[in-house]
Design a protein around this ligand. Structure first.
Ligand code: GDP
Ligand code: IMO
Ligand code: MG
Length: 422
């Protein structure tokens, strides 16, 4: 398999983890290049459910190397918990994991600031995962962040941390929050740092050498296109570039080494957190939640659900340069009699083919729907595209045509085997 950038083409939780796990079979290396433990990627492996937050979803396959790139923000304590959790479940984590020495650290004051800023925003809150992602990327951009390479030098780390805690305690006090103890944070972070030391490397050089040896790389996007800090529904976004370009900046692998961009979409739309979701539909949400589906893998929050939004998908195709499309959760629509697809938005009497850039205008957009008949048959046992009901085949073909990408994967269940490769 060529070097592939896999991205979420909606609002996150498209089923990226499942598709990465399937595609890792034909790759050598899986790289995370942005986001942090706000991500929750679900993989079912031998009947057991794994939720990966910082470690690439390729970790469940033997003989593959997983890389956490420079663009990821790492909570070292959460990463140690994740590594040890996998090891307890019998998954080998050792020489098959590398962590960039340039990755920025998430510290306790980032999490506290995330929480307090959300409280201050009241009704205008973003609905973050409260993992400290925004404040950590904020420090990175302000050039005041601490990185993995700092953590590897205990004396230097402690000195920098002391100054950062002093600064952030004064901010936390203004929020009426309890100050943070330098000693406690310093001890726990240095302890986690020692556990992570064997994995830390210059991953840029390592990846370049791997490319020279002809290794095939899969770039695992986190979040989704409309949560991108530049191209998403700002300010209701995350703080990194979740779109295809983020794979280059967040790994140090140059654009000309990338071969394919694979976009992952659900057969419908979901969003967790605040912000506009033009096709949101209470009936569809109730149906999916009633089936026990669409609860967040990281925070457990119920995801908001809606019909497939082709306006958004087309725009995602543009930004990411999506060559190939994977459609997941097709089985979620198995019992829907009439399926709606949003083909345009209506705003102030005008028809829009691309989403407006500002959140307030997007909030006022009305979806223009086309209807398609459902197939009313279970699809979760389907192994071949030809075996899908005719209406299901029509539906996925329409979605890929509207997105402007070649349909290559259809997923009809969470397990590896429930995947149709075209
Ligand atoms: P990610 O963040 O993009 O990796 O997606 P999540 O893991 O957060 O959410 C996707 C959910 O859908 C998980 O519970 C997956 O196990 C599940 N899933 C993925 N593909 C399919 C599918 O085709 N059918 C069903 N029923 N579930 C799926
Ligand atoms: P995966 O990789 C879905 C959302 C949050 C919130 C906004 C900002 O599993 O698809 P943040 O904590 O990043 O500052 O929150 O982004 N969000 C996600 N939604 N899937 C994710 O990751 C998400 N990561 C962040 O709900 O709306
Ligand atoms: Mg998720």
């Amino acid at each position: 398999m060529a070097n592939t950038i896999l991205i979420g083409a909606q609002w996150g939780d498209e089923g990226k983890g499942k598709i990465i796990d399937v595609l890792t079979a034909n790759s050598d290396i899986v790289v995370r290049s942005q986001g942090g433990n706000n991500a929750g990627h679900t993989v079912i492996h031998r009947g057991t459910k794994y939720v990966l937050h910082l470690i690439p979803s390729g970790i469940l396959r033997r003989g593959k190397t997983c890389v956490i790139g420079n663009g990821v923000v790492i909570d070292p304590i959460a990463l140690v918990v994740e590594i040890e959790g996998l090891q307890k479940m019998g998954i080998a984590v050792g020489k098959n994991l590398l962590i960039s020495d340039c990755a920025h650290l998430v510290l306790p004051y980032h999490r506290m600031l995330d929480e307090h800023r959300e409280i201050l925003k009241g009704h205008a809150k973003i609905g973050t995962t409260k993992r400290g992602i925004g404040p950590a990327y904020g420090d990175k951009a302000a050039r005041t962040g601490l990185r993995m390479c700092d953590l590897m030098q205990p004396e230097l780390f402690s000195k920098k941390l002391q100054a950062k805690i002093r600064e952030n305690n004064s901010i936390l006090e203004a929020f009426g929050a309890k100050p943070i103890s330098f000693r406690k944070v310093n001890d726990s972070y240095l302890e986690a740092g020692e556990k992570l030391r064997p994995y830390v490397a210059n991953t840029v050089v390592w990846l370049h050498r791997a490319l020279q040896r002809g290794k095939r790389i899969l770039f695992e996007g986190a979040q989704g296109t409309f949560l991108d800090i530049d191209h998403g529904t700002y300010p209701y976004v995350t703080s990194s570039n979740t779109t295809a370009g983020g794979a280059c900046t967040g790994s140090g692998v140059p654009p000309h080494r990338m071969d394919v961009v694979l976009g992952v979409v659900k057969a419908y739309t979901t969003r967790v957190g605040e912000g506009a979701l033009p096709t949101e539909d209470a009936g569809l949400s109730a149906m999916l939640h009633g089936m026990g589906r669409e609860f967040g893998a990281t925070t457990g929050r119920a995801r908001r659900c809606g019909w497939f939004d082709a306006v958004a998908a087309r725009y995602a195709g543009m930004i990411n340069g999506i060559d190939e499309l994977a459609i997941t959760n097709l089985d979620g629509l198995d019992s829907v009699k009439t399926i709606r697809v949003c083909v345009a938005y209506k705003l102030d009497g005008k028809r829009l083919d691309v989403p407006p850039s500002d959140a307030a205008r997007l909030e006022r957009c009305e979806p223009v729907y086309e209807e398609m008949r459902g197939w009313n048959r279970p699809t979760h046992h389907t192994k071949e595209f030809t075996q899908l009901p005719a209406a299901a085949k029509d539906y996925v073909r329409v979605l890929s045509a509207m997105t402007g990408a070649k349909l290559t994967v259809v997923s009809v269940g969470p397990a590896r085997g429930q995947t149709i490769i075209l």
